[in-house]
Design a protein around this ligand. Sequence first.
Ligand SMILES: [Zn+2]
Length: 327
Amino acid sequence: MAIVVGTAEAKPGKLTRGELRVGSMADGSPIRLPVFIASGRKDGPTVWLEGCIHGEEYGGAASIIDFMRGVDVATLSGTIIGVPVANPASFNFRSRVSSIDGQNLNRIFPGSREGSHSFQLAAVIGELLAKYADYVIDLHSGGIGAEVPFYVIYKDDGTKTADRSKELAKRVGVDTIWRVQEAAGMGGTVTAESLRHEAPSVTIECGGGTFTEQHLQDYLTSIRGFMQATGVLPGEAPVQGRYTIISGGSFIHNREGGLFVPLCEVGDILPKGAPIARMIDLFGETVEEINNPYDDSYIAAIRCRFYPTHAGEICAEAIPVESHERV
Ligand SMILES: [Zn+2]
């Protein structure tokens, strides 16, 4: 089947590019997703590589641009569809949600052609996944106001596709894997959508407001590992000696606004009740202490130091350690 995404068309042995138009703004300017397609001469699977479904998480976009421009198509078996920015209406405003309808695109799949802009966009992406994607890798970060450690997420709905997702999660160069169960908060994500189409998928988390060279290298390690593990790129994907599986837990929301003062670091494993952060008001007085509500938990995200924060924002994520595993 010829692969065509908007104006981008797969050509064996070539890296091509184009745009996928998904509507227009009030002034008529088109809303379009940039699309790279790298196609090998040898047969193989098609991987959908995507960033900026949350528009402010721009490290993913930078990494996809770097990876796609550098990929050696002569070594490819199959095809990589690289979409640096999947959600222009949130990207343009450096926002997690859409500037047009306020929706979080990564919570509303499968979307609807009859819905608001984000629902329409989700439907378009879902149709493309159904048509072309054998595998999906989705890049995220802490956004501008937060930071995350380098780790991987897969969605576990008990299917064979989810088992394969877990195998792939072990090959992206990280030793911490968040297993998200069906009803545990990843409803409506693009990775849930890919599972519905029986395409194994992982989400990479890395970095946040400041995009360092290390963050770029970590994203590239995960992308290359995923491509190797799926057979699209030659070579052996990385393997870790031991994996920490985390599961359950959730976002932590503060109750009082002010400046956010972290009392731990991303990637820490904290016991129940350990301090995560405190909120101070503009006189420096502590107005809230935020403690870990769960047993031994991995700090999977934390807001930036002294970042201005309103009540009820996502200020951290604490995910309990579930088990340790080998490959
Ligand atoms: Zn995200």
